[in-house]
Design a protein around this ligand. Structure first.
Ligand code: ADP
Ligand code: MG
Ligand code: MG
Length: 251
């Protein structure tokens, strides 16, 4: 479903290369974890997957279901079924969360050739999903992410993901800033999205999240490249030994 080939990307503004030849394959039905020390390029990879224009791809390719997404803008990628939950979700002042969800869901449906949802049906779906995530319904009236706590932002991201039903979900540091109860709710939300025709990529610095979202594969990103891949045991080893040993190996 996702194939990243020798991906090189730099910061558009100053030309600094951050991704230096990332190779990664994720199959439909798979949950892949990307781990790595701070500053290794994990968030940059998520931005480049989303198509943010602050980054330039200088070499390599990103294939989604066999087709390159490099010429697609962020909205086109989203319509194609790619969903990114960022480490620092964007605040959208002036737009109530419910209104944002309505626009996003109907845009997604339009791209899929489906009819717009009528308001009562839409609200029913949003409320149902919010309830499953143990969210306070009053949040739906507030502008998206504005003044939300860390945990509320993460829940709002998972809510969007549930409602948009993407084929490929990429979650960057979904665990950061969550207490253990919120972490479990978010992990349950992600686990409920597991399906044979969906791939999920979980980006995390810590192994803790992977106790709740058990990955099929684990990849370590270091200095802009995948330096090691394995299964969940690799994540447990990293938890014990830290990244230091691995960094020595990679060097
Ligand atoms: P991670 O998510 O693994 O912690 P990041 O992708 O956030 O790593 O960052 C990788 C490196 O690229 C860091 O050294 C970071 O400072 C740098 N970087 C990323 N984006 C930018 C940017 N827009 N401007 C300046 N430096 C950046
Ligand atoms: Mg970081
Ligand atoms: Mg990051």
């Amino acid at each position: 479903m996702l194939e990243i080939k020798n991906l090189h990307a730099r910061i558009a503004e100053d030309g600094t290369e951050i991704l230096r030849g990332v190779d990664l394959k994720v199959k439909a039905g798979e949950v892949a974890a990307i781990m790595g020390p701070n500053g290794s390029g994990k968030s940059t990879l998520s931005y480049v997957l989303a198509g943010r224009e602050d980054y330039e791809v200088t070499e390599g390719d990103i294939l989604f279901n066999g087709e390159s997404v490099l010429d697609m803008d962020p909205a086109e990628r989203s319509a194609a079924g790619l969903f990114l939950a960022f480490q620092y979700p964007m605040e959208i002042p002036g737009v109530a969360t419910m209104e944002f969800l309505k626009v996003a869901m109907n845009a997604q449906r339009k791209a899929r050739g489906q009819e717009e949802l009528k308001i009562p049906e839409l609200m029913k779906r949003v409320r149902g999903a919010a309830e499953e995530l143990d969210m306070d319904m009053s949040m739906l009236k507030r502008p998206l992410n504005v003044g939300f706590s860390g945990g509320e932002k993460k829940r709002a991201e998972i809510l969007q993901m549930k409602l948009l039903e993407p084929a490929l979900c990429v979650l960057d540091e979904t665990d950061s800033g969550l207490d253990i109860d919120a972490l479990k709710i978010v992990a349950d939300g992600v686990n409920a999205m597991r399906s044979p025709d969906r791939a999920i990529v979980v980006i995390t610095h810590y192994q803790r999240l992977l106790d709740y979202i058990v990955p099929d594969s684990v990849h370590v990103l270091y200095k802009g490249r995948v330096v090691k891949s394995g299964d969940k045991v690799l994540a447990q080893e990293l938890e014990k030994s830290g990244y230091a040993g691995l960094v020595g190996e990679a060097a």
